[in-house]
Write a protein of this length. Structure first.
Length: 387
């Protein structure tokens, strides 16, 4: 043939390219013309897209010349300055024409569509919540096919200087996406079940739409001006313990509950009959065992909505070790260990007529976390002193 036009498109198909607000599509135009032909190229952009030529070459072989042009097609920012709302979102499409004319009377046209996706709207960019409160972050954006769309969430906060992906499958976080509606809009949601102080910081969504990346704006989560009291309690299994919290401010409370965060078991508490401050909320755990260990929090719900954590309690249920048998000719003593949750048994010989059989086995320590001794060696007996 005397001439041809080859359109090479990096994404989707030759007749349809996809761009997002953030990512461009790269299109290569290659045309073969007679060697002596004079040519001119024009590109008719649409209002959504602007084009930038990034590469150009002209190769002459035999009686033909091959023109090769590479263009970037990018989103053309709107000049209106209006704030985009979810109701304004719509998957947008327009046509672009690449025209090459030569020798004044020949013209080759190729027409292809550009689909603009990934326009994003934040449900909220600033969220203020209390520790223990359920927090929902949502981003609405345009997409084409749910099977070609994935979303990951990233966080940057007090312990993270750089953006880091939030792992999926955590009990405290849930991430899900909606179906695509009739306007080509879907919603990505991140649910924080119970807000912790370590959750404070910035969040953003990364959407991959038909292999094109789009990054949302930043959503900031901050804490209300309230820091719950914290308390650590250690008791041995089989004991009873009272968990309590004080209400020290005049607030309109509808209900109060105690939540065991290890198994999410929730107990509704009785509110005080009178509201003379400080008022006390209390709950007694009886015959505690190892499964009762872990974090507890007192949470109140306010009339008219909203929740707040009054207090966090870390309960450690210590386990006893089986008491050792008294070795021969010894006196055995149980002792607490200073600045430790563990305890120990020590022996001494029962009189001056005896000496230790094993000098390095005069004590054993009970690890109350496991209910096991820290060594397999037992306590030494004593034998008669040699004359």
């Amino acid at each position: 043939p005397k001439s041809y036009l080859l359109v090479l498109v990096t994404h989707v198909s030759p007749k349809m390219i996809v761009i997002t607000m953030e990512t461009a599509a790269i299109v290569t135009f290659e045309t073969r013309l007679p060697l002596t032909a004079e040519h001119e190229v024009t590109i008719t952009d649409c209002h959504l897209v602007r084009s930038i030529r990034s590469d150009f070459s002209l190769e002459k072989v035999d009686n033909f010349q091959t023109l090769r042009e590479v263009y970037y097609f990018l989103h053309r920012p709107s000049s209106s300055g209006d704030t985009l709302r979810k109701a304004d979102l719509l998957a947008k499409e327009c046509e672009i024409t690449y025209s090459l004319s030569y020798d004044d009377y020949f013209q080759i046209d190729t027409v292809f569509s550009v689909l603009l996706l990934g326009e994003m709207v934040l449900e909220n960019s600033e969220i203020t919540a209390a520790v223990g409160q359920k927090v929902t972050i949502a981003v609405h954006f345009t997409a084409r096919d749910i099977s070609e769309t994935t979303v990951v969430w990233e966080r940057k906060g007090q312990e993270l200087d750089e953006w880091a992906e939030i792992p999926t499958g955590l009990l405290s976080y849930r991430s899900f996406t909606s179906d695509i509606d009739e306007n080509g809009v879907m919603t990505a949601t991140l649910l924080i079940q119970y807000l912790a102080t370590t959750d404070v910081g910035d969040y953003r969504a990364i959407a991959w739409i038909s292999n094109q990346r789009q990054t949302s704006g930043v959503i900031n989560i901050s804490l209300v001006d309230h820091t719950p009291d914290t308390q650590m309690i250690s008791v041995f299994e089989g004991s009873s313990v009272v968990l309590s919290a004080e209400i020290v401010r005049d607030v309109d409370i509808e209900s109060a509950e105690l939540i065991h965060l290890e198994d999410m078991n929730t107990t509704t508490l009785s509110l005080p009959d009178n509201w003379l401050l400080p008022a006390n909320l209390a709950y007694q755990l009886q015959n505690v065992m190892s499964p009762d260990s872990g974090r507890y929090m007192f949470r109140v719900r306010f009339n008219g909505g909203g929740k707040m954590i009054l207090k966090e309690v870390l309960l450690r249920v210590k386990q006893y070790c089986r008491p050792p048998k008294r070795p021969a000719n010894t006196i055995i003593t149980k002792e607490d260990i200073t600045d430790s949750e563990n305890y120990q048994y020590t022996v001494q010989c029962d009189g001056d007529d005896f000496v230790f059989m094993f000098e390095n086995q005069t004590g054993i320590v009970c690890d109350t976390e496991t209910g096991q001794y820290t060594t397999n060696n037992g306590l030494t007996p004593c034998t008669y002193r040699k004359p």
